[in-house]
Design a binder for this molecule. Structure first.
Ligand code: KG4
Ligand code: ZN
Length: 347
């Protein structure tokens, strides 16, 4: 079969290089990602120059990988989707330049995609193992929660998204990562805190919850982060190690509580009956459990994409790009990367 109906998707906005092949129905034929965690761990955070250099090394071999895995080739590709905003400028630049070059060489269109729109629409992705629940579609309420973002959107229709609440300071993932370093779990630490928390008690320590007033849809995590740092500074190292699981469970609960409470307020305000959570932190097992508990009790349809489509991935960019290209919305060769979202990406 030589149908020319596939989108090649490129994601390089932060420190993961990811390439995927998505068809014109949102089915993912292949996805390969290269993590740079080992390169940044020693610095305790992402070093932008190291991130972009490693994207240049990884990006084209990953394109070869998706072709090999799927048995497809350039004759099957009708367009290219690439994350062009927001993110680290140098990282985005690698993806955007690669997309423009591949589009020129293969005489096909390309489209720049907003990374956050990718996270928001990840629940629509399908593959051999997953598909969205029957009847899921617009409009829905979406929480995108990652290392760089914590925002609630009203997703009204394709291309029309209203940001109705966002963090006033740190993102939830950032708070997880800082805490993990402080308790000796290393970087990035969200998943490690999650694992340690499984054998801890959520109410062993009392960490603060911010902006709890009913109806307030904004988030704040910097107070929690500072409180935890001070608290740990005062705790003898030996006790800290002995109580690690309790510390992780209690800290995690403070973040999850805030995320769920804001979602509840947003749902009460918008009355939307479908809710999605996406972004790296949505991989958190406690968040997934609490969200499901709430959705079941409130009679809501909750969609939590599989982890491979929650953390940074190219498939979600391919889905958005596929829909934009179908509407004739290709980008010009003059498009460059942007550290910020475009005015008009969200209303
Ligand atoms: O979406 P993502 O892969 O990249 C960004 O766009 O930021 O999110 C990465 C973030 C990191 O802060 C990481 O610690 C966090 O997601 N994360 C988690 C878990 N898995 C990843 N946080 C809490 N629990 C997890 N299981
Ligand atoms: Zn992301």
């Amino acid at each position: 079969m030589n149908n020319k109906n596939l989108i090649l998707a490129i994601e390089t906005s932060c420190d993961d290089t990811s390439i995927a092949l998505v068809d014109n129905t949102g089915f993912v034929l292949a996805q390969f990602s290269a993590s740079q965690d080992d390169k940044h761990r020693v610095f305790g955070g992402i070093v932008p120059e190291i991130a972009s250099r490693n994207h240049t090394i990884a990006v084209l071999p990953l394109v070869e990988n998706v072709f090999r895995e799927s048995g497809k080739n350039w004759a099957n590709i009708s367009g290219i989707a690439v994350t062009s905003r927001p993110g680290l400028l140098g990282s985005l630049l690698v993806g955007v330049m690669t997309a423009k070059m591949l589009a020129l060489v293969n005489k096909i269109p390309f489209v720049g995609v907003n990374h956050l729109e990718g996270h928001l629409l990840a629940p629509f992705l399908r593959d051999a193992k997953t598909s969205p629940p029957e009847g899921f579609g617009f409009p829905f309420l979406g929480l995108v929660v990652s290392g760089g973002h914590t925002t609630i959107y009203e997703a009204l229709e394709f291309g029309k998204y209203k940001a109705i609440g966002a963090t006033l300071d740190d993102a939830a993932g950032e708070a997880f990562d800082k805490f993990a370093i402080k308790v000796g779990l290393g970087f990035p630490g969200g998943a490690k805190v999650d694992t340690a928390a499984k054998s801890g008690h959520v109410d062993a320590f009392n960490f603060p919850r911010a902006l709890t007033q009913k109806g307030n849809l904004n988030f704040s995590f910097s107070g929690l982060k500072t409180f935890a740092q001070d608290f740990l500074n005062k705790m003898p190292e030996k006790e800290r190690d002995l109580r690690l699981n309790d510390l992780c469970a209690s800290f995690q609960e403070a973040i999850v509580d805030q995320l769920i409470n804001k979602l509840k307020f947003a749902q009460e305000k918008t009355k939307l009956k479908q809710v999605i959570i996406s972004g790296g932190v949505s991989a958190n097992s406690r968040l997934r459990f609490k969200a499901k508990e709430w959705a079941d009790a409130a009679g809501l349809l909750l969609v939590l994409p599989p982890i491979r489509y929650c953390t940074d991935n190219a498939a979600m960019i391919g889905y958005v790009g596929m829909r934009r290209l179908a509407l004739g919305l290709a980008s010009p060769q003059s498009l460059g990367p942007s550290a910020r979202s475009f005015e008009g990406d969200f209303c």
